[in-house]
Design a protein around this ligand. Structure first.
Ligand SMILES: *Cc1c(COP(=O)(O)O)cnc(C)c1O
Length: 804
């Protein structure tokens, strides 16, 4: 949109007066933020109304992205950038003598997600709007986001993340006209109605009111607005007599209280299932109602509606859609099934079989009695059809939805949809060959790959404005609207002036991070040091512990032989990671990192050659500070375990060099930058699978035969690292007694060598900047705009919005 600084200042001031009843000279950052956000809302509201009218008029097909997580982080800058007024607003702020950074920081991250999966969903929202496709999100409006992490005495402590705070969510709008009811529990039996149809009769069901809150999603400089719909729960007025105590009320509110309630108990599991069904049912009900307003018959709903199941959490969707079509809209089963399969599609995010959701049959039937009956019928017909097609009986047994007393959600998503995709080339290959092999033999045509991506605008223009300016200066501004123009940087990777320009930008980002590290941890780090970063959820397969083992080795070496320090560039190891509250092992790793940091950072004998920093409460806004400051990007999961990874792409885009295993999208990064501009180590997936096949891995043999490994592992239990008795034992046992599930010991030597190679490259500034610049130049391959183009065309069959 077009907006002068003068006009903006006047709008902003009026809003501040009207909404906050205060003035520029007295307003707090938080008041300024709210006024600014409301000014911005005023700018996009007409676009939003216009676009909604247009969608109905043109009867455009809409894709609905169902996800239990959305992790947008802060929205202010994205909205300003996408409206094309970020620079204008920043200029206005300096004119007014206000600090834009402080006001921006008053926004609380919208953290309705854990990590990669939720961030991807948020990225897709931005990219759908930007690529001009009608694609809406459907999720839950959690009152508390993912927990807030504090580190106390080296331990992770979880606090509620009250992200609404005193401000609330300034970007959302409650939509009363789309409220629907969702039914759970009770008894259901079928009764013949007068028209001859069998109709379910519900007794003693619990009825909940689903209230939608819409969060507009703006496209980049194109005037497009999509919608992210988040559902909240309320008690229907007609039902209020059933909720007489505060405890009753709280039990209902729990449904949208937190992301991933502790599901180690039956109550927790039940709540989880209720959440998943609640958001799925509410979403599907309004989708059908919206569709019917077009005046088309339900037999053609697949022409106007696509529903995407992001991971298995919304995988009840095919069954719920069938229930609605058959029970509420009187469709014949075959007709309903025909459209259901065409509407639904599914993304798988993991090959870890323990992460493929399944529900105990008894629990499922108790919470969702009618849906359970529908699933039984889907399952029965699936078996019948497969028998008729001559599918081997053991394959049928393994692929059916209800088996061994469980309802298998991924099976429902695959059988009830027309598309199954993995999220990186290797991941999709493994799904076909291994995790979902049986389904692949039955329906190979359903399988396809869609490598993940990132919103490059957030990681460059928003998170790294100086880097963006340096790119402008080198190749012009065209890349800001066509990211593939970044490739032009290829011409400059060995240009001395350009190298110096980008080195300076990196140093500036490192200075900013160093200040933050000092302010939050008291640790002083030098920007001359290599910033070596591993930030991501804490999980055994991601192998933060391998990184820890390397740090210990380096530390012992410096202690043994001070000569080593002479030729060594100082090295800062930076971690950020939340551990799931019930994940004991992961929490122990956090404790060990913190105690190791204490030991090393306070040991004067190593003269600051290494520093270890753990930054608490890793989240999107912190990622924006950390990632542009990284020299080394640690992507060291055991080959085959990381479906894709997306932080690997963010680091690449801001000029870090990747130190990686051949896993997930690291492989595609390597293919893009070439072997010389990435440092690869460790087993590939064939080596890993060979150990599984032959059962021939023995960590104890490695421990006994390799003195370095032996010594490093012993530090967990011999008192070298203080205050980690229980945790050290746990780690020692995981690595030695329980045979090192993720093969850290086997990859250790190769990891050490890779570190030596990358340090040598860093020491030669010319080589390093060549590598760094090549990574930036080739990073456009991972824009989520392109990923979404593929989803839109190949899975959802969407048409781009027409500009008149
Ligand atoms: C990108 C991102 C992730 C995903 O990181 P991976 O290294 O791909 O697992 C997790 N959390 C946040 C806050 C992110 O921005």
């Amino acid at each position: 949109m077009k907006l002068t600084t003068k006009q903006f200042i006047s709008d902003f001031e009026q809003t501040l007066h009207r909404e906050e009843m205060t003035t520029f000279d007295t307003a707090t950052n938080s008041e300024l933020f709210v006024a600014l956000a409301k000014t911005v809302r005023g700018y996009y509201t007409p676009q939003w109304i216009e676009r909604n009218k247009e969608l109905t008029q043109n009867k455009e097909k809409i894709a609905y992205y169902f996800s239990i997580e959305f992790l947008p982080g802060r929205m202010l800058e994205t909205n300003l950038l996408n409206l094309g007024i970020l620079d204008t607003v920043k200029k206005a702020f300096s004119k007014l003598g206000l600090n834009f950074e402080d006001v921006k920081n008053a926004e609380h991250d919208m953290a309705l997600g854990n990590g990669g999966l939720g961030r991807l969903a948020a990225a897709f929202m931005d990219s759908l709007a930007t690529t001009d496709y009608p694609g809406f999100g459907n999720g839950l409006r959690y009152k508390y986001g993912l927990f807030k992490q504090r580190i106390i005495n080296g331990y992770q402590v979880e606090l509620p993340d009250s992200w609404f705070g005193s401000i609330g969510n300034v970007w959302e709008t409650r939509k009363d006209h789309d409220i629907v009811n969702v039914r759970l529990f009770g008894d259901v039996y079928l009764e013949k109605a007068e028209d001859g149809h069998l109709r379910p009769v519900y007794r003693n069901a619990q009825v909940l009111r689903a209230v939608p809150y819409d969060v507009p999603q703006l496209g980049y400089n194109n005037g497009n607005v999509n919608n992210l719909r988040l559902w909240d729960v309320e008690i229907p007025e007609e039902d209020e007599l059933n909720y007489r105590s505060l405890a009753d009320l709280r039990r209902v509110q729990d449904i949208t209280a937190i992301l991933y309630p502790d599901d180690s108990t039956d109550d927790g599991k039940k709540l989880r299932l209720m959440q998943e069904y609640f958001m799925t049912s509410a979403g599907l009900q309004t989708i059908i109602k919206t569709y019917l307003k077009l005046g088309m018959p339900l037999e053609r709903i697949h022409e106007k509606v696509a529903v995407h199941i992001n991971d298995t959490h919304p995988a009840v969707a095919p069954a719920e859609f069938m229930r609605l079509l058959v029970d509420d809209y009187d469709m014949e089963w075959e007709d309903a099934w025909n459209v259901t399969v065409k509407v639904m599609s599914y993304t798988n995010h993991t090959i870890l079989s323990e992460a493929l959701e399944k529900w105990n049959e008894g629990l499922f039937r108790y919470v969702l009695p009618r849906v359970y009956q529908i699933i039984q019928e889907i399952d029965r017909r699936f078996v019948e059809e497969q028998v008729a097609q001559g599918t081997p009986s053991e394959v049928i047994e393994r692929t059916r939805i209800i088996k061994d007393g469980n309802v298998h959600m991924a099976h429902l998503a695959i059988i009830g949809g027309h598309s199954v995709n993995g999220v990186a080339k290797l991941h999709t290959e493994l799904l076909k060959a291994d995790t979902l092999h049986d389904f692949y033999t039955i329906s190979p045509e359903k399988f396809n790959n869609k490598t993940n991506g990132i919103v490059h605008r957030r990681w460059t223009q928003i998170a790294a404005p100086e880097l963006s300016a340096a790119i402008d200066k080198t190749i012009g501004k065209g890349w800001r609207s066509d990211i593939h123009k970044l490739r032009a940087l290829d011409e400059y990777v060995d240009d001395k002036a350009v190298q110096e320009r980008f080195a300076e930008v990196k140093t500036d980002a490192k200075k900013r991070l160093a200040r933050y590290i000092y302010d939050t941890t008291g640790v002083q780090v030098s920007t001359d040091a290599i910033f070596d970063v591993q930030v991501k959820r804490l999980h055994a397969y991601k192998r933060q512990l391998l990184n820890v083992m390397y740090i210990i080795k380096l530390y012992l070496e410096l202690k043994d032989n001070p000569q080593v320090a002479k030729n060594m560039t100082p090295h800062v190891f930076i971690f950020g990671a939340k551990a799931a509250p019930g994940y004991h092992f992961a929490k122990s790793v956090i404790k060990i990192i913190n105690e190791l940091a204490n030991l090393i950072n306070n040991d004067e004998s190593i003269h600051d050659k290494i520093k270890v920093v753990f930054l608490e409460n890793y989240r999107v806004s912190l990622a924006e500070l950390i990632i542009p400051a990284a020299d080394i990007s640690e992507q060291i999961s055991l080959a085959s375990k990381e479906a894709s990874g997306t932080s690997n792409m963010k680091f690449m885009m801001t000029g870090a060099v990747t130190l990686a295993t051949l896993d997930g999208a690291n492989i595609e990064i390597k293919d893009e930058v070439g072997d010389d501009n990435i440092v690869i180590f460790g087993m590939d997936k064939d080596a890993v699978y060979s150990h599984y096949d032959k059962h021939d891995y023995s960590s104890r043999t490695l421990y006994d035969s390799d003195p370095t490994i032996h010594r490093v592992i012993d530090t967990f239990v011999d008192g070298t690292i203080p205050n980690i008795q229980a945790e050290g034992n746990e780690i020692y046992n995981a690595l030695i007694t329980y045979n090192d599930e993720y093969f850290l010991l086997e990859d250790f030597e190769s990891y050490v060598k890779a570190h030596e190679r990358i340090a040598a490259a860093y020491a030669d500034q010319k080589t390093w900047m060549h590598m760094s610049l090549t990574n930036i130049a080739r990073s456009a391959r991972f824009t989520s705009d392109d990923t979404i183009e593929q989803y839109a065309q190949e899975i959802w069959g969407l048409t781009k919005r027409k500009h008149e």
